[in-house]
Design a binder for this molecule. Structure first.
Ligand code: EPZ
Length: 431
């Protein structure tokens, strides 16, 4: 199992380039199930979840080419002959976003058998809203032996109001609705940029979608979708992670190849803490040369502060003068990182959905354990400012959603090395 060894104290200086958004690439790869023609996706990040999705699609009978190189990070997915519209427990348990194939499979094949994802480190993560929406579209649903079995001769348009805002729930049903008979109205939708990026791809495939990125999305069903080429948007969470890292280390970091418009809540919060930023068309420069002052934080659905940057912000809060109260409104158990940060010297008290952080506390290096994707990223940030050499175990969590994070950090001055080698440095095209 790979580990990171990080010696703290170096400011991050220079330019880091942001990869394509994992959380846009995953639904876009699932969307290829909706057509018998090839779909080409560019700017695909080289992360573990993409490999898992490739395995998921090939197990169904899809042909998936996945190539990484200087010129392109591209996948071509061709679902001409889907033999097994199923997502097995073995795959779903490693990546709950596999449930994104549910809607497309029912819409394209008339049936789907998808393992229930079960919980994960950050919460119960049910998919009841995905299932309820599919039933409203006319699918027959049975749940047994830990699987959801869905079937429909042809889905029929419906008026669906989500009880809660759900990102993949919106994406799952949006994809299902594109091939349904008649019009579907989805209300109380997630407004994340990844939803809009998926809708952009679907419309290029011939879907008729209006309103993606707003709470109400209208879909006019069509009988067939075609192949297309699409470039995935930059990863706003990776960008937010590096912005916070640049600030915390007292650096001067240019976060490039990103979409600043997707980062407004994060940039606003950094400014509130006293961090200087300068926004350009596709980059944000962060300068951490000021002392930080405490600021409260509440995670919200987009365009609010993203829950996926909460753990990273918590580390910054440990370096700010004063008391910051962090409220996690999206997931019920997303403070796993706090316990490890306390072991490094942070002063954090957890009270239900609230974490009270008292700073500024110097952090000292320790042997720590990664627990989930974003918690692991926060431990890397803590290690970058800790006194001494931190060892982070189980970094496969990080590899799920950050492309070559140790290379990117090394290139801007961090003292970090990986023990064990998951992706060879010069990756060859994976066949
Ligand atoms: C997406 O997860 C992201 N994953 C998550 O990113 C992100 O944290 C989350 O949205 C919130 O922004 C992908 O896009 C692949 P939700 P998702 O459905 O769709 C409850 C990362 O680090 N809910 O928006 O699974 C749910 O329990 C990952 O990259 C139901 O109750 O999240 C949660 O409390 C982690 N029933 C809330 O809604 C449902 O049917 C929001 O979850 C669905 C969700």
């Amino acid at each position: 199992m790979d580990k990171f060894v990080i010696r703290g104290g170096e400011p991050l200086l220079g330019t880091v380039h942001i990869s394509g958004a994992k959380n846009a690439a995953l639904p876009c790869m699932a969307a290829a199930l909706l057509t018998d023609q090839p779909v080409i996706l560019e700017n695909i990040p080289q992360v573990r979840d993409i490999q898992t999705t490739r395995n998921l699609l090939t197990a169904m009978g899809a042909e998936v080419e996945l190539g990484y190189g200087r010129a392109h990070h591209r996948t071509t997915i061709h679902c001409a002959n889907l033999t097994t519209p199923e997502a097995s427990y073995e795959l779903v348990k490693t990546m709950r976003a596999s449930t994104l194939v549910l809607g497309p499979l029912v819409a394209r094949c008339g049936r789907a058998r998808v393992s229930l994802p079960g919980g994960c480190a950050i919460g119960a993560r049910p998919i009841d809203l995905h299932i309820k929406g599919l039933e409203q579209l006319g699918a027959k649903i049975a749940q047994e032996h830990g699987y959801v079995e869905a079937s429909a001769t042809r889905l029929k348009g419906a008026h669906i109001v989500f009880d809660k805002i759900t990102v993949t729930g919106t994406e799952d049903l949006l994809m299902a609705a594109t091939l349904a008979e008649g019009e579907t109205v989805l209300e109380n939708c997630a407004r994340e940029p990844e939803v809009a990026d998926l809708a952009h791809l679907l419309n290029k495939m011939g879907a008729k979608i209006e309103g993606a990125g707003t709470p109400t999305i209208r879909v006019k069903g069509v009988s067939k979708l075609k192949g297309t080429k699409h470039r995935i948007i930059p990863d706003r969470i990776e960008a937010g992670t590096f912005l916070i890292a640049g600030a915390m280390t007292g650096g001067d970091l240019n976060v490039a190849s990103c979409e600043p418009a997707h980062l407004e809540a994060v940039i606003h919060k950094l400014n509130a803490v006293g961090v200087k930023t300068k926004t350009n068309s596709d980059s944000v420069r962060v300068m951490g040369d000021n002392p930080f002052t405490a600021s409260d934080l509440s995670t919200e659905e987009y365009p609010g502060f993203p829950t996926d940057c909460q753990a990273q912000f918590m580390v910054l809060a440990t370096q700010a003068e004063g008391t910051s109260t962090i409220t996690e409104n999206i997931f019920e158990n997303r403070f796993m990182h706090a316990l490890e940060l306390v072991r490094m010297g942070a002063n954090i008290k957890i009270e239900g959905h609230r974490a009270v952080v008292r700073g500024k506390t110097p952090l000292s290096a320790a042997a720590v354990l990664a627990s989930d994707l974003r918690a692991s990223a926060s431990l890397v940030l803590a290690a970058l400012v800790a006194d001494g050499e931190t060892i982070i175990d189980r970094v496969y969590h990080i590899d799920r959603g950050y492309e070559h994070i140790e290379e990117k950090l090394k290139d801007v001055g961090a003292q970090i090395k990986r023990i064990g080698e998951m992706f060879p440095k010069k990756a060859v095209a994976a066949r």
